[in-house]
Ligand binder design. Structure first.
Ligand SMILES: Nc1ncnc2c1ncn2[C@@H]1O[C@H](COP(=O)(O)OP(=O)(O)O)[C@@H](O)[C@H]1O
Ligand SMILES: [Mg+2]
Length: 232
C-alpha cells in the first residue's frame, strides 16, 4: 500500500443540512464519500449544480465539519487538532481558490497575498518580498498596489492564486476557479494551476462543471446522489 504519499484523504464523509421545510430528516448531501489524493496528483470533481461539490471541498479543507467520517492531511486526522491548531495547519497546508476570488476589497493586491503569511507570523518585509515575487511570476508586477476593484476578473483570480500559494501549501483546493472567466483567462489560470505540480509538487482538487477541463486532470470523479465515483 502506498499510504505514505497520500497528501489528502477522506473516509465515510456524510453531511446532512436542515431541510428548511420542516421535514425532520434534513437533506442528505454527502452519503459516504471516500477519496485519496497523492502528492502531486491533480484530480477533478464534476457533478451537477447542487450535488454537493462545494460542501465536500469545504469539508476537505477543514472549513466545514461532516456529520460522520474522517479527513486526513498528510496522513493525520484533522479532527485530532483543536480549532486553533486546525486553523493554523490549514493556513500553512491548504490554499483555496474560489470562483469569486474572495479578496479583501480594502486591501491592495500585494497586501491580500501577504495576508496568510502575516497570520502565520512571517516578518512583514519578507512577506512583502515573497508576495511581490509571486505576483510578478503571475504577470502582475505592475498591479501590486491595485485594489481588487481596480483589477480585471482574470487579474483578480491570479491574485487569489498567489494568495493561495503564499505559505507553500501542499494542497490546493479550487472551487470552479475559472467559472467566471473568458476562454483566454481560463487558459491562463489553468496553466498556472497545472504548472504548480511541476514547480511546487502540490496536490490539487479542482471542481469544475466543464468536462473538457476535468479531462485534463489525472483522475476525474463525479459526485452523484452523495456518492463520489471514479470516472473511467
Ligand atoms: N448551509 C447550508 N444549509 C442548508 N443547505 C445547504 C447549505 N449549504 C449547501 N446547502 C445545500 O446543499 C446542496 C449542495 O450544495 P453545494 O455543495 O453548494 O453544491 P454544488 O457546489 O455542487 O453546486 C444544495 O442543495 C444546497 O442548497
Ligand atoms: Mg459549488
Amino acid at each position: 500500500m502506498t499510504i505514505s504519499n497520500k497528501t489528502l484523504s477522506c473516509r465515510g464523509i456524510t453531511k446532512t443540512f436542515p431541510s428548511k421545510t420542516g421535514s425532520p430528516d434534513g437533506l442528505q448531501i454527502l452519503n459516504g464519500v471516500d477519496l485519496d489524493v497523492a502528492q502531486g496528483e491533480i484530480i477533478s470533481i464534476v457533478g451537477s449544480s447542487g450535488s454537493g461539490k462545494s460542501t465536500l471541498l469545504h469539508i476537505l479543507g477543514g472549513l466545514d465539519k461532516p456529520d460522520q467520517g474522517e479527513v486526513n492531511w498528510n496522513n493525520i486526522s484533522i479532527y485530532s487538532h483543536n480549532s486553533n491548531k486546525l486553523a493554523d495547519l490549514r493556513n500553512k497546508n491548504v490554499g483555496f481558490v474560489f470562483q469569486f476570488h474572495h479578496l479583501l476589497p480594502e486591501f491592495t493586491a500585494v497586501e491580500n497575498v501577504m495576508m496568510p503569511a502575516l497570520i502565520s507570523k512571517m516578518k512583514l518585509d519578507k512577506a512583502e518580498q515573497r508576495a511581490s515575487e509571486l505576483l510578478a511570476k503571475f504577470g502582475l508586477e505592475g498591479r501590486l498596489h491595485h485594489r481588487p476593484s481596480e483589477l480585471s476578473g482574470g487579474e483578480q483570480q491570479r491574485v487569489s492564486m498567489a494568495r493561495a500559494l503564499m505559505n507553500n501549501p501542499s494542497i490546493i483546493l479550487a472551487d470552479e476557479p475559472t467559472g467566471n472567466l473568458d476562454e483566454k483567462n481560463t487558459e491562463s489560470i489553468l496553466s498556472l494551476l497545472f504548472n504548480l505540480r511541476k514547480t511546487e509538487g502540490v496536490s490539487i482538487v479542482l471542481i469544475t462543471h466543464e468536462k473538457e477541463i476535468a479531462s485534463r486532470c489525472d483522475t476525474v470523479y463525479s459526485l452523484n446522489h452523495g456518492v463520489l465515483q471514479k470516472e473511467v
